[in-house]
Design a protein around this ligand. Sequence first.
Ligand SMILES: NC(=O)c1ccc[n+]([C@@H]2O[C@H](COP(=O)([O-])OP(=O)(O)OC[C@H]3O[C@@H](n4cnc5c(N)ncnc54)[C@H](OP(=O)(O)O)[C@@H]3O)[C@@H](O)[C@H]2O)c1
Length: 291
Amino acid sequence: MALLRTLIDRAQNHFEPALPPGLRELYDGDLRFAESRAERPFVIANFVSTLDGVVSYEIKGQAGGSTISGSDTVDGFIMGLLRASADAVIVGARTVQDVSREALWIPEYTYPDAKHLFREYRVNMLHEPEYPLLVIVSGSGRLELERAVFRTPGLRTAVITTPAGRDALESAGATKLPSVRIHVLDAKGGTVAPMAMLRLLYEQLGVRRLLHEGGPTLFGQFLAAEVVDELFLTLSPQIAGRKGDAIRPGLVQGMEFMPDCAPWFQLLSVMPRAEHLYLRYQRTGGHSPTP
Ligand SMILES: NC(=O)c1ccc[n+]([C@@H]2O[C@H](COP(=O)([O-])OP(=O)(O)OC[C@H]3O[C@@H](n4cnc5c(N)ncnc54)[C@H](OP(=O)(O)O)[C@@H]3O)[C@@H](O)[C@H]2O)c1
């Protein structure tokens, strides 16, 4: 039975389905992505936000997306489906830090019931390893290496960092962890350019489809670099509010756009379930889409 209902789908124009039948049934339709553009992976982002655009309460123990979604099952399913569709998942260091130590960026972590369907899709249809590569971006290299993402057999984790970050990771023992690879890129003021990350992932690690799971700081840089192709946004029916002195980030943090160059998106699909809305957008370039 479908977990959600398709109201609008402007993305379906292929005869051959991309998803296996079990996942098509749960998703109430098919899910297909464009091929990666020249020399970089196709980038899909996924966020959940309150009605007033907040993506994190920034309260210890309640900073993650599940507080925003109300631990919504369908949001978890879509997250799992997108992970299952990707060669790699990229996250910023703070997003890793703000979840439980056991958290894993694998499809069944957010929707265990479809574990076998996700596996069948990845292994038999996409001919991919069971789990996507996890890519963590950290300029400082200050990561908690006891976390499950660094120590779970069968998972591959790549850390993109700076020369100083590599030194910090080496002295903390990261190079001794069998599933972890450290990739050093040039950085300006501790910040690696998104395009340099994408080139590394494309050329050296064979990534063609990349899922961006935030947070807002890393996502803002990717948006500014004009390398976000699609956005999956779950709109959760609650309002968090903001005070002037408290940071409750929206989709983008640490970056602002002027009206003449703000990114615009075209709506690809709308899917509701109860009070939640699941939206899919495609980047149109720097202009308002023509009506
Ligand atoms: N609602 C949702 O859908 C959703 C999704 C994702 C995250 N979140 C929430 O958002 C919050 C975290 O977001 P955030 O914006 O504070 O942090 P973030 O983007 O996850 O991580 C920021 C950190 O990533 C590293 N980083 C980012 N860009 C870099 C670059 N270009 N080069 C080198 N390093 C870079 C830096 O790590 P170092 O400090 O180690 O150098 C930086 O401090 C958490 O509360 C999380 O739960 C919500």
